[in-house]
Design a protein around this ligand. Structure first.
Ligand SMILES: Cc1cc2nc3c(=O)[nH]c(=O)nc-3n(C[C@H](O)[C@H](O)[C@H](O)COP(=O)(O)OP(=O)(O)OC[C@H]3O[C@@H](n4cnc5c(N)ncnc54)[C@H](O)[C@@H]3O)c2cc1C
Length: 567
């Protein structure tokens, strides 16, 4: 079944759950009128459905390949990328001074959701470029901005991010790539980077690498790392391409999924680079890019989940097998267990999409108002959106295979591709374990203030809903109180005990926020109540087990020695 972009669902969440109307009421985003939002979502939906989705299978079956040192993209990807670039989708959130549209992150995130559902492998390329634009806007010199931003925004050039090295994955403090001053304001960058997404391609005229490297006086660890712009081709100030820089793709990884997205091993041999931001402050600058990318990855999970869900629903409505007491057509969609799976998939997608779009709105509100509270809200929601969105991608894609039965395990149906493709999203941009540690560490470092403020909001909404929906409000309120108590309990624990419970805590937090999103939706539009009821009655109760595990501490984990684990 071909993918159809969920424009209506996204519009509903923006308007009734994520708080977009308040954003559109700010002077900064006043241009985001309902008509404009409609036009943007409808057109992004059309491109996703009609242009990008038909490329998804070709990317899987005909992976990007390395020929004579150049990466040749999968069939049709050139046209797909052109459609994204020409439509202005790459620069939609970039500043208008740099050729962008200056639109809210909430709309860019909604577009990322749809593009990911259509063709994840290609979306990755646009996300990296968008992230690079944001990092340069915040940290680069005027000369670098003037040269690179218009080309990146138009899609003529594209961006990558080069962090990982064989010995430096999660622990970037271990990275060894060097940058030596050339004496003319440029630097000679030398080292090897691995797993670099879209490290090269024949889709654009120039590939611009943001590379983390250490200056000669850069100390050990994360504090001694600087950020450099290292382009494939060196250009003049007008952007006319000149000589080839001394960097190359050594090989492409053979991997589980996203075959259309080339994952490159890159070699830099005294390649010419330009410093971006302050010396030794490169990681902070790169984090601008990574923060943006974390939310984009969140909706990669949501988008692929949507595609897997649509695929499974169509199959379930068609496949005849057995009968039930309620049988009308004899198709498997009539079986209670298949209904359970489909309803769970739809409820999780709605919850994960709502959390991601709420996070995007919080980022925009922080931009529009400068308020520290909105900034703290966005920071709190980012790891939850990333981890829960991508876990949802994997779980929904796995249920999609289950609904297909044996045909799900057979590649020709396409159900397996969703799971293979989405599996990476829980790993890159900081593994989901690291997201959870960020939540219980840095994001509770304010004494839990931002978390408690959000819990207060959930409780006020539950109180207000009691008169109309006492059964649902009566479930949500105690769940949110359990979240409050668990947050207080974690705050009293040493850090490693918090880390031991971080993943179940994050998931429990997402359960409460998901219940809140569904209740809000049900109140706004009663036709949404059956799904809200499913979320709150069947899925929200998991919070009890999750919070119990979150509070257990680390001792029990370390009590199991590696020898015990081997037994
Ligand atoms: C397809 C693909 C595309 C990628 N694209 C890019 C890219 O474009 N640019 C780029 O720079 N990188 C990229 N990466 C790299 C990716 O970001 C890393 O794989 C990721 O950060 C994890 O690092 P690692 O693989 O070294 O795993 P490790 O860091 O070795 O982690 C292994 C396991 O240990 C856990 N772990 C590690 N440290 C801790 C800790 N302190 N506390 C608790 N648990 C911990 C992790 O959560 C994980 O479960 C990509 C990777 C892949 C596979």
């Amino acid at each position: 079944m071909p993918y159809r972009a969920p424009v209506r669902d996204i519009r509903f969440i923006l308007d009734h759950v994520a708080g977009f109307p308040a954003l559109a009421a700010t002077p900064r985003f006043a241009e985001a009128t309902p008509e404009m939002v409609d036009a943007i979502l409808t057109e992004a939906g059309r491109i996703s459905t009609d242009v990008l989705a038909p490329l998804n299978r070709a990317g899987d079956l005909h992976p990007a390949r390395l020929e004579n040192g150049v990466v040749i993209a999968s069939p049709g990807f050139a046209e797909g990328y052109r459609a994204l670039a020409d439509g202005g989708w790459i620069g939609m959130a970039a500043h208008p001074d740099n050729g962008g549209m200056g639109l809210p992150m909430a709309l860019a995130t909604a577009v990322d959701d749809m593009v990911s559902g259509a063709c994840l492998a290609l979306q990755i390329k646009s996300v990296l470029t968008k992230g690079q634009i944001e990092a340069l806007e915040h940290h680069a010199s005027d000369a670098i901005k003037a040269l690179y931003l218009p080309k990146l925004t138009s899609g003529e050039w594209s961006g990558t991010m080069n962090l990982t090295e064989p010995q430096a994955g999660t622990d970037l403090g271990a990275l060894r790539t060097k940058a030596e001053p050339n004496g003319d304001g440029t630097y000679a960058v030398t080292g090897q980077k691995i797993y670099i997404s879209w490290g090269d391609s024949d889709l654009v005229a120039n590939v611009c690498h943001l590379v983390l490297a250490r200056l000669p006086d850069g100390g050990e660890g994360t504090k001694g790392i600087s950020l450099f712009m290292v382009p494939k081709f060196i250009s003049d100030a007008e952007g006319n391409l000149g000589s080839r820089n001394s960097l190359r793709v050594i090989s492409l990884e053979h991997k589980l999924g996203i075959h259309g997205s080339p994952t490159c091993v890159m070699q830099y041999d005294a390649a010419t680079g330009w410093l971006v931001g302050e010396p030794h402050r490169g990681l902070a600058a790169m984090f601008t890019m990574m923060n943006n990318a974390r939310l984009s990855v969140a909706v990669q999970g949501v988008g692929v989940a949507e595609a897997a869900m649509q695929h499974a629903l169509a199959y379930a409505a068609d496949r005849r097998q057995g009968t039930t007491p309620l049988s009308a057509t004899g198709t498997i969609i009539e079986h209670a267990d298949v209904r359970r799976m489909l309803a769970t998939m739809r409820a999780e997608i709605f919850a994960a999409r709502s959390i991601a779009l709420s996070c995007a709105v919080a980022m925009d509100m922080a931009t529009a108002t400068g308020s520290a509270d909105w900034q703290a809200r966005a920071a709190l929601l980012t790891p939850i959106a990333k981890a829960y969105g991508t876990d949802t991608g994997c779980e929904v894609a796995s249920l999609g295979i289950q609904i297909h039965g044996g045909m799900g395990f057979v590649e020709e149906t396409g159900a397996a591709q969703f799971l293979r493709d989405v599996r990476i999203t829980t790993i890159y941009e900081g593994t989901n374990g690291i997201q959870a540690m960020d939540l219980v560490g840095r994001k509770l470092a304010d004494g839990g203030e931002a978390a408690f403020r959000l819990i207060d909001e959930v409780q006020r909404a539950a109180e207000a809903a009691r008169a109309h929906l006492p059964d649902l409000a009566g479930e949500l309120w105690p769940a949110s109180e359990a979240l409050r108590e668990t947050t207080e309990a974690l705050l009293a624990l040493p850090l490693n005990d918090r880390f031991a419970g971080a993943v179940p805590y994050l998931r429990g937090f997402a359960r409460v926020l998901g219940g809140h999103a569904h209740l809000t939706a049900g109140l706004a539009y009663p036709a949404r109540l059956p799904l809200a009821r499913l979320m709150i009655r069947r899925l929200l109760p998991e919070h009890q087990a999750l919070f119990a595990a979150a509070r257990e501490g680390a001792d029990g984990l370390y009590a199991l020695t590696p020898e015990d684990l081997a037994a």
